[in-house]
Design a protein. Structure first.
Length: 325
């Protein structure tokens, strides 16, 4: 709930900054938003693990990620139109969406509190967070330095398999996030040179597929297993889709119907790959770590993903500007 409040506060500051045209306030708003937005994924993943068991965990992750994909698809489809009409309308709409998210978080906390009272158990008993001989309450009362030492000890205890899992997550998502970042510009500047609206709709294809594909893929993983095989298959599909997109950008295929078919098929493959990968990667963390280390495991994996993925997100405009210099 606290992280949702930070997201709402950050978006409100950003919208106010755009309205008043105050740059430093926009920076502060994005900073506050980042404190909430970057950590909320970790809390969300840990919450799913807390309320799931091995028989339905992948499906639950799939449902949550499906909602995220739906939001992404709507963003790709509507952002160009809203932005063209009014930037102010776009940023203030962000406040409305953040407020709905915050209200949902408050409702979720209340529902969980009611459930705990009905079961007549302590809130923390269903999810022990002991690390060694230090309990969660002890860690909360200790100094920041002690907590850092404790966290470092936990990180050192991670096996090579865990770090390999983190690396797989990072590099897979880099491939997808990089595509999302530059695909629209590529489609506008190469081949058939689509309009901004058409390019955005095409780029939204993977997100639309993931809305249905991710929960279904999670259900299959829960039922049949083979999560590692699924990740391998998803990685191969992603590579193949990138090769198809490269062929289109370099105009190895015509920009007519053949080129359109290549683009659509490539983006469909990305959607299928993304559905299978995310439904398999995130639920593996509780299988590799004890319950007391799941949250920090998700935190490390998310920080790697955002860090490396953020560095990989370049804009074509920036590249063109450097080349012109």
């Amino acid at each position: 709930m606290g992280l949702s409040l930070l997201v709402l506060a950050g978006q409100s500051l950003l919208s106010l900054a755009v309205q008043l045209r105050v740059y430093w306030l926009a920076v502060v708003g994005r900073l506050v938003f980042g404190f909430g937005g970057e950590a909320i994924k970790v809390a969300q993943s840990t919450w799913i693990v807390r309320l799931s068991d091995a028989s339905n965990m992948s499906w639950r992750f799939g449902v949550v990620l499906s909602v995220s994909r739906f939001a992404g698809a709507i963003n790709f489809a509507l952002t160009p139109s809203i932005g063209a009409a009014s930037i102010l309308a776009a940023v203030w709409l962000g406040i409305v969406i953040s407020a709905v998210s915050c209200l949902a978080a408050i409702l979720l906390v209340r529902m969980y509190q009611v459930r705990i009272q009905q079961l007549k158990v302590d809130e923390h008993s269903a999810f022990p967070v002991n690390v060694g001989t230090v309990t969660a309450s002890t860690a909360a009362r200790s100094s920041i330095g002690s907590q850092l030492v404790l966290m470092w000890a936990v990180l050192r205890s991670f096996s090579g398999t865990v770090w390999l899992q983190f690396a797989i997550c990072v590099f897979y998502h880099v491939g997808v996030l990089l595509l999302y970042q530059i695909a629209s510009t590529l489609l506008q500047r190469t081949g058939a040179r689509y309009s901004e609206r058409t390019a955005s709709l095409l780029v939204a294809i993977p997100a639309f597929i993931s809305i249905v594909g991710t929960p279904y893929a999670g259900h299959l993983v829960d039922k049949y297993g083979h999560a590692l095989d699924s990740i391998l298959a998803a990685s191969v599909m992603l590579i193949f889709s990138h090769v198809m997109l490269i062929a289109y950008v370099l105009e190895w295929v015509s920009s007519g119907e053949a080129g359109q078919a290549v683009i659509v098929v490539a983006l469909i493959i990305v959607g299928v790959s993304y559905s299978v990968a995310t439904a398999s990667i995130w639920p593996l963390v509780p299988c590799l770590l004890p319950p007391s280390q799941v949250a920090i495991g998700y935190g490390v994996m998310a920080s790697w993903r955002h860090g490396v993925g953020g560095e990989s997100r370049c804009r074509i405009d920036d590249v063109d500007f450097v080349e012109r210099q």
